[in-house]
Design a protein around this ligand. Structure first.
Ligand code: NDP
Length: 279
């Protein structure tokens, strides 16, 4: 028996990146999984990856939906319950940022971007959680939110609205954790630093734009002390840890930072401070 045998996990944003890796790991560890996103072809790729591990097809439910639509969310929850009869784990992973159509930064960025970012990164998390709550209480389940080190305390003027959305998500995680623990439901989150996924392409950057940033970070220890950008699996393992009650039962309302050390350094720390101070 694997550690998630008998459990049902719903992973949003599982057509790509961190969500895909998480859904695959859950399935490999025995869970039945609902995978979801808007892109049917990429969802099928996730499904095929799961089946390649020898997992029976009836352990996977694919739901194509736009999470910013409440109707889509209802279908997502209802079809999960209809097929699997329960819901034990909700991973609120789907998320996005968008570049300003006219290349503006800081406070000049289009407020419509603010609306779109808050819609997917925050509002849809609230409404999907509302719809899942009853089933998670029945199963005494787990919620894992996917935040970001962009939440702060550092400033991110180029991705101001994205950072704000993730800061709001962190606050939501803490309050929701206290709200739901009285019903036996645990809520936690993970805050990744840079991860090699489809995020940059979805954001509207030139193809390979994020790869350039990752290479730059990897070659500057002031940006990334560990020298290696994360892969989706690095984050997926943490999500499974937070969803595994045997391993993490006493962690409530916390976010685990997984960023290769990037938020621990200020520029000066990457240089030889002793040398500078002693000439
Ligand atoms: P990807 O772009 O690779 O994956 C994002 C997923 O979200 C896709 O499956 C996409 O599915 C889904 N999604 C986006 N918008 C919608 C929508 N409106 N309705 C339904 N699904 C949607 O990015 P990541 O894997 O990197 O992102 C996953 C999470 O990790 C996000 O919350 C992100 O903020 C966070 N994160 C990422 C970091 C990184 O460096 N990559 C760093 C820190 C946090 P589809 O396109 O099929 O709709």
């Amino acid at each position: 028996m694997s550690r998630f045998t008998g459990k049902v996990a719903l992973v949003t944003g599982s057509s790509n990146g961190i969500g895909r890796a998480t859904a695959i790991l859950f399935a490999q560890e025995g869970a039945k999984v609902t995978i979801t996103g808007r892109n049917a072809q990429r969802l099928e790729e996730t499904k095929q990856e799961i089946l390649k591990s020898g997992i029976p097809e009836d352990h996977v439910l694919t739901v194509i939906c736009d999470l910013s639509s409440e109707h889509g969310q209802e279908e997502l929850i209802n079809s999960t319950i209809k097929k699997f009869g329960r819901l034990d784990i909700l991973v609120n992973n789907a998320g996005a940022s968008f570049v300003d159509s006219q290349g503006r930064s800081g406070i000049d960025q289009d407020v419509l971007n603010y609306d779109k970012i808050m819609q997917i990164n925050m509002r849809s998390v609230v409404t999907l959680t509302q719809k899942a709550k009853k089933y998670l209480i029945e199963s005494k389940g787990e919620i894992v939110n996917v935040s970001s080190v962009a939440a702060g305390p550092q400033a991110h003027p180029d991705m101001m609205y994205y950072g704000m959305s993730k800061a709001a998500l962190d606050s939501f995680t803490r309050s929701l954790a206290i709200d739901l623990i009285q019903h036996g439901v645990r809520v936690n989150s993970v805050s990744p630093g840079g991860v090699s996924t489809g995020f940059g392409d979805a954001m509207g950057l030139p193809v390979g734009g994020f790869d350039n940033l990752w290479h730059y970070m990897e070659s500057h220890k002031s940006c990334l002390p560990c020298g290696k950008i994360a892969q989706p699996d690095d984050i997926a393992h943490i999500i499974l840890f937070l969803a595994d009650r045997k391993l993490s039962s006493y962690i409530i309302g916390q976010s685990i930072v997984a960023d290769g050390g990037s938020t621990l350094v200020m520029g000066v720390h990457a240089h030889d401070m002793m040398k500078i101070m002693t000439f």
